[in-house]
Design a protein around this ligand. Structure first.
Ligand code: TIU
Length: 252
């Protein structure tokens, strides 16, 4: 994939040169890093590592780790560009007072939400398994948003924080593609945010659901938003970064 930027020439480190254009489906995605947040959804041990909620549901959790390396690169570039970064975590208060009884009962699990597991109580805030994997650990100053549901807007202050920061666009990543990523994109779309979903920075326990979920977002002229790979985004954002040392042209 290629990308072009109609914006001004590269600025100093950390400066943005928006708007930027990313080659995407169903057509190019135009965004300004200063009004765009990178949203990293539920990259928690409970979903990505053995012994957590994802495995309890009967899933092969190894399928989700594909997203870690490209997402790490996107996080680095977004940080360098000074973008707002939001990490979400699905989970509940230790007394489970914010967990609907229907959610606890779903699946008829012997070991379910709140039960002790090898990484602590399943899907409970403050437990080791509930936290984000080491590779994608949030940095100070980044938003860490605890949410009780699948969507990032339900029963959270995400919308308030985004509006206060002047954010109009979201670059959405994380797991799982057809559950928490999709629910969040639908919620964001109805609130008027423009969403770009990075396909290689998402993951599902069901490869077919991943593929179809992404198709559903970009179908019908982008009914929920846009889809691209991280390479297209990084290409577009490279116009905001200074050339690497030693890569400066000697002139012709
Ligand atoms: N089960 C499943 O695919 N996902 C979830 O329960 N939560 C998220 O997607 N984060």
């Amino acid at each position: 994939m290629s990308a072009v930027s109609p914006g001004p020439p590269p600025g100093p480190l950390g400066a943005t040169a928006g708007p930027l254009v990313v080659e995407a489906e169903p057509y190019e995605y135009v965004f300004d890093p200063s009004t765009t947040a990178l949203v990293v959804i539920d990259m928690q041990r409970d979903f990505l590592e053995p012994g957590g909620f994802g495995e309890l549901l009967g899933n092969d959790v190894s399928l989700l780790s594909r997203a870690i390396v490209p997402l790490h690169e996107v996080l680095s570039v977004a940080r360098e560009a000074g973008m707002m970064i939001v990490h979400t975590r699905e989970g509940h208060r230790p007394d489970l007072s914010d967990c609907p009884p229907a959610k606890r009962a779903r699946g008829r699990l012997e070991t379910g939400i709140g039960s002790p597991g090898p990484k602590g109580r399943i899907l409970v805030r403050g437990e080791f398994g509930h936290d984000i994997v080491d590779e994608l650990a949030p940095l100070p100053g980044e938003v860490v948003l605890d949410k009780p549901g699948k969507g990032s807007f339900y029963a959270t202050d995400l919308e308030l924080m985004l509006r206060n920061a002047g954010i109009t666009s979201l670059i959405v990543t994380g797991v799982t593609t057809e559950v928490c990523v999709h629910t969040t994109v639908r919620e964001a779309n109805d609130r008027g945010f423009e969403c770009l979903v990075l396909e290689d920075c998402c993951g599902s326990y069901f490869p077919e659901f991943h593929r179809v979920a992404l198709e559903m977002i970009a179908a019908q002229g982008g009914i929920f938003g846009w889809v691209s790979g991280s390479a297209a985004l990084l290409q577009a954002m490279s116009t905001t970064r200074p050339p690497a040392i030693g890569a400066v042209s000697q002139g012709v």
